[in-house]
Design a protein around this ligand. Structure first.
Ligand code: MSP
Length: 503
């Protein structure tokens, strides 16, 4: 059953970055992955054909060296780490449709075809690469990475020159600026788009896309002495993840991506390299590239050396998954930087989840049960307001504003609480039972809509709400985003509090 209030797009292709797997995934990685999951779940719910892609970035020197030090092959190492990542996403209820690994055969084959195409077109040429070379690391470092003539781990470095392949980024500079200008929604949010524009206007240099010292990578098809630079390899996951190489079926259905989410530190790769590479091989560009901010912990950079890294599995064992998914998008406005703190986690649990949301449910359900009967359809002004909020929430999704989604859901809770205060149903139960029944119906249907709107975010607690509202979570009709007659004749039952206070 489709809502008449909102128009669902036909398809929605959403992606996260593919994460490096040399370390255990932490809060930061889970943030982007959960954000994409919320979008995917919302759009599926309103009837859109969604494809949600995530995965792992598995090539490069770091993996090569880590495997060597463990005495195993890089492939053995990445198989193990990729599985750990999948296990974590399962724990966090991530509903991805495909998981792409850059060591998948379909990916490696695609990359070789793509770079060959770029080469044949004349966008890749052989030139001289000059940089600081470290024998110990067998790799080049940039001017910035060098301190006092030493590499980041302290070996001496030498200026060296070698033959390497370059991609003609400079050729596309003007085209890219014009494209960004003509597609105002392409790069978001605006503040980060401005940074990118300034960077491009400063001038693009051709990009070295071959690596001689890295053997754990995809070979350049036209010169097998080299492997492909990891960013060329990584970005095209968004295409190989649709099985582009085997069958064009998913590509034809879902390309281009509707929303690509990432952290601000890799926005540059997605707003400069990625569109230019796509243009080079004549593929349509994504609709929106969105960069969110970075999380710190209690205001401090999250890092292993500070010992302050937040791991989602540890957090949810102590609290629970719904609180985690809720907190991340409630605490920080999506797009901005934010600080994680246990104090604010507890405040949000006690003041919002328990005092506002949980209380509203128990109050209304207790009242409803007092009559010992079911209720018939009724609508009034609150019903109208709830319908307006449904439209607002939909717009917030379109504007990539998850914090607004949650604000609007809470607005519905506040409206419902006010409605209870004003109508004083506990006084009506004796002297005007008919009016009482009407008010309770409006409230129950409002609770249903709150639960439905929360379902992409709180993937478990909403089911507890459904249970108390006598709604079957497996029945798609119950998810209608529109004030309706669904709550007619339901045997609602108040059970335990949905959220518990924390000390
Ligand atoms: N492999 C590349 C991405 C290639 S995409 C074609 C990469 N991987 S990564 O493992 O370093 O992951 C970076 C991403 O993790 C960020 O863009 C962001 O999505 C997430 N985050 C990692 N730390 C983060 C925070 N502290 N805060 C928020 N998100 C962060 O870069």
């Amino acid at each position: 059953m489709l809502s008449k209030l909102i128009i669902a797009p036909k398809k929605y292709y959403i992606t996260t970055p593919i994460y490096y797997i040399s370390d255990k995934m932490h809060l930061g990685h889970s943030y982007t992955t959960i954000a994409a999951d919320i979008f995917a779940r919302y759009y599926r719910m309103i009837g859109t054909d969604v494809f949600y892609l995530t995965g792992t970035d598995e090539h490069g020197l770091k993996i090569q060296q880590a495997a060597e030090s463990k005495g195993i092959t890089p492939k053995q190492l990445v198989d193990d780490l990729a599985q750990q990542t999948k296990d974590l996403w399962k724990l966090l209820d991530i509903s991805y449709d495909a998981f792409i690994r850059t060591t998948d055969q379909k990916h490696e084959q695609l990359i070789q075809e793509i770079v060959q195409q770029m080469f044949d077109k004349g966008d890749i040429y052989l030139g001289d690469y000059e940089g600081w070379y470290c024998k110990g690391c067998e790799s080049y470092f940039t001017e910035k990475e060098i301190k006092n003539g030493k590499c980041p781990i302290g070996h001496e470095v030498f200026k060296e020159k070698e033959k390497a392949y370059f991609f003609r980024l400079s050729k596309y500079q003007e085209w890219l600026l014009q494209y960004i200008e003509e597609h105002p929604d392409f790069l978001q949010p605006q503040s980060r788009k401005n940074e990118m524009l300034a960077f491009i206007k400063n001038g693009l240099e051709d990009l070295c896309i071959s690596r001689e010292a890295v053997s754990w990578g995809i070979k350049l098809p036209f010169d097998e002495k080299y492997t492909v630079y990891v960013w060329v390899d990584a970005l095209f996951n968004y295409l190989s993840g649709l099985d582009y190489i085997n069958t064009k079926e998913k590509y034809l259905k879902y390309w281009p991506p509707d929303l690509q989410l990432m952290g601000k530190e890799i926005f540059r790769f997605h707003t400069i390299y990625w569109p230019i590479f796509l243009k080079s091989v004549n593929l349509e560009l994504p609709k929106i590239e969105f960069a969110h901010g970075w999380w710190t912990v209690e205001g401090q950079k999250m890092s292993k050396s500070f010992g302050n890294v937040i791991y989602p599995d540890e957090f949810i064992e102590k609290y629970n998954l719904d609180i985690y998914r809720y907190y991340l998008f409630r605490e920080v406005s999506f797009g901005e930087d934010g600080s994680f703190s246990i104090k604010t986690v507890k405040e949000r649990i006690n003041n919002e989840l328990v005092a506002t949301l949980g209380n509203l449910f128990s109050r209304v359900l207790a009242l409803a049960q007092k009559r010992g009967k079911t209720f018939s359809f009724f609508k009034d002004q609150l019903s109208e307001r709830v319908n307006e909020k449904i439209i607002e929430i939909h717009k917030a999704y379109e504007q990539i504003n998850l914090s607004k989604v949650l604000n609007e859901i809470f607005e519905i809770c506040y409206l419902a609480n006010k409605y209870v205060q004003e109508n004083k149903p506990w006084e009506l139960i004796e002297n005007n039972p008919e009016k009482f029944d009407q008010i309770i119906y409006v409230l129950l249907e409002t609770l249903r809509i709150i639960a439905v709107e929360l379902s992409p975010i709180m993937t478990r607690k909403y089911k507890v709400m459904f249970e108390q509202l006598d709604l079957d979570p497996d029945d798609k009709n119950n998810y209608l985003l529109e004030f309706s007659n669904i709550m007619e004749n339901k045997n609602v039952k108040k059970k335990d509090h949905i959220f518990k206070k924390v000390e």
